[in-house]
Design a protein. Structure first.
Length: 111
């Protein structure tokens, strides 16, 4: 995590959210907001009437070092004896196939 920021002096990390800070005072101020009672992460909802929430600190974004593209293959098998819902039901789904996973693969792409 040290190389993810341009700050090259001593860094202080929050062990709960892994955010980096340049000073111990800033980290201690952050900890009061980061962790609530009983060690849960603090959640602060916007005030009533202010329902627009936007991300503004684009300069603090960190790029992802890689992407993972997963792929799962399945075999379809016919299903016998499917019954609709009890009489009077307005709609139901006809189940005619069962998907059984047979293989998977993934590709890791470095940025």
């Amino acid at each position: 995590m040290y190389n993810k920021t341009k700050h090259r002096e001593r860094k202080h990390f929050c062990m709960h959210c892994l955010q980096c800070f340049s000073a111990e005072e800033v980290l201690s101020k952050h900890k009061t907001n980061c962790m609530g009672i009983n060690g849960e992460q603090a959640i602060r909802m916007p005030q009533k009437g202010n329902n627009i929430l936007q991300f503004q600190n684009y300069h603090k974004q960190m790029s992802a070092p890689f992407f993972i593209y997963p792929d799962i293959e399945a075999i379809t098998e016919k299903v016998q004896g499917c019954q609709p819902w009890p009489s009077g039901a307005k709609s139901y789904t006809d189940k005619y196939q069962k998907h059984t996973g047979c293989s998977y693969g993934y590709k890791v792409v470095c940025c």
